[in-house]
Design a protein around this ligand. Structure first.
Ligand SMILES: Cc1ncc(COP(=O)(O)O)c(C=O)c1O
Length: 425
């Protein structure tokens, strides 16, 4: 199991941000999401350093679907990043946190009229338009709007099918080959209110082959060249999306992010050679910023060995706080946080407490023999854990604690049973 820089072992106990996980479990109870704020800031700063070019304007949008809360948005604002949001709820949370609307980009393939009105009222930076019908609706509003069009570059990213977003059958964006694209551009050109600032694409998530990003940039620039010529456009902005692979359990990460700088050099070379107008390049990573900064602590409950010899360790959370293994076979590493130096004795399956056979957090992990009350830490759960949590079996959502500069504080409270019935009539 990988111990990230912000973790350590002290007297047989796993620490995060210099604090013993056992102390955090005792103080805040389990299950518990822990995020290391210093590690999140480090990723933001690394990205700002690498995604930088003297001749291009660059913007990093934190894809806040990975994890959002008021405190997270405040941290991102302090690090001077922009954000993308995908719903009225994310937009509302960002605005309530004091986030500058001029740094908010609004995605979504089926934004409601109310959500679009919110975006207009808050005067956010950009609406990223997914389809022709959305565009027709936006055009019917009497509101000035600068937009990006989400296109589908038709690139199959090597990642799980559920997190590929640019196959020809994908629900996202408009294909370059589709008639809708020409219609969309002409609609904007004839509109009194809408301005097309540029194009957006996002080909999928947890991609670790950097050549995929280069290929995407090339396809996008080739198409921009054609579109500029065909429609006499002057597009300024190109958003290449997120999807940068991180370490979860084995060599699936991008090891060196200086490829972002190489990518910008390639883009600048292409732009100069072809005299393109584009000069503002964006990316929108989510998990890269927050995944490895997070862990989830669980209390070990009962254990059991099946007739077939499968050894289960049951924990007091599960698919309600981390749906990724059940949804797309995501894999994680784990350890017994209160017994870090003990010998591993066997392969175990970590299962949750939900009434669902698929409620398995880790299929097979080598661990010391578990005891009831042990603290099991699942690593790299900072992204798409809390943000995809559910109330299945009416299990309350855990608290989220932020550890920073040696201190810990609750940034999202643990739900109580009363919270579960708050809206019941
Ligand atoms: C449009 C868009 N941008 C960015 C992201 C962020 O992806 P990741 O967290 O893998 O970087 C996603 C993820 O679903 C997305 O759909």
């Amino acid at each position: 199991m990988r111990l990230f820089e912000h973790m350590n072992i002290e007297n047989n106990v796993l620490t995060i941000g210099g604090i013993k996980t056992t102390d955090l479990a005792e103080k805040y109870n389990t299950p518990l999401y822990i995020l290391n704020g210093d590690a999140i800031r480090k990723q933001c700063r690394m990205l700002k350093r690498e995604f930088n070019h003297p001749k291009l304007k660059t913007t990093i949008l934190y894809a806040s679907k990975a994890f959002c809360s008021k405190a997270m948005y405040q941290l991102i604002a302090e690090e001077d990043l922009s954000i993308d949001v995908v719903s009225g709820g994310e937009l509302y949370t960002a605005i309530q946190s004091g986030f500058d609307p001029k740094k908010i980009y609004f995605h979504g393939n089926n934004k409601s009229m109310d959500e679009i009105q919110m975006a207009v009222d808050y005067k956010i930076q950009r609406i990223i338009v997914d389809n022709l019908m959305e565009l027709e609706y936006l055009n019917s509003l009497d509101a000035p709007m600068e937009i990006l069009l989400r296109v589908n570059p038709g690139i199959e990213a090597h990642t799980h099918e559920y997190i590929q977003t640019a196959k020809e059958t994908s629900k996202f964006g408009i294909s370059f080959e589709s008639y809708d694209l020409g219609k969309a551009i002409e609609l904007i050109q004839n509109s009194d209110t809408m301005t097309l600032k540029g194009l957006h694409c996002h080909i999928g998530s947890q991609i670790h082959e950097i050549s995929t990003f280069e290929k995407t940039a090339q396809v996008m620039l080739d198409q921009i060249k054609l579109l500029e010529h065909k429609y006499h456009l002057k597009l300024e902005e190109l958003n290449l999306g997120g999807g940068f692979g991180v370490y979860y359990f084995e060599d699936q990460e991008i090891k060196n992010y200086d490829f972002l700088n190489v990518l910008l050099q390639y883009i600048y070379g292409y732009i100069s050679k072809n005299n393109l107008f584009i000069h503002h390049i964006m990316i929108e990573p989510g998990r890269l910023i927050v995944a490895n900064a997070g862990i989830t602590l669980y209390a070990v409950g009962f254990s059991k060995e099946t007739l077939s010899g499968r050894k289960y360790i049951f924990v007091n959370g599960g698919m309600t706080d981390n749906i990724r293994p059940a949804l797309y076979q995501a894999k994680y590493e784990a350890c017994v946080a209160n017994n870090m130096t003990a010998e591993n004795t066997s392969l175990y399956t970590i299962a949750g407490k939900c009434c669902e056979s698929g409620d398995v957090l880790i299929d097979e992990v080598s661990l010391p023999t578990p005891k009831i009350g042990d603290i099991l830490a699942v690593m790299s759960t900072g992204a798409y854990g809390y943000s995809m949590a559910s109330h299945y079996n009416r299990i309350p959502n855990p608290a989220v604690v932020m550890v920073e500069q040696g201190n810990s504080k609750v940034i999202i409270q643990r739900e109580a049973y009363e919270d579960l019935i708050r809206l019941d009539l």
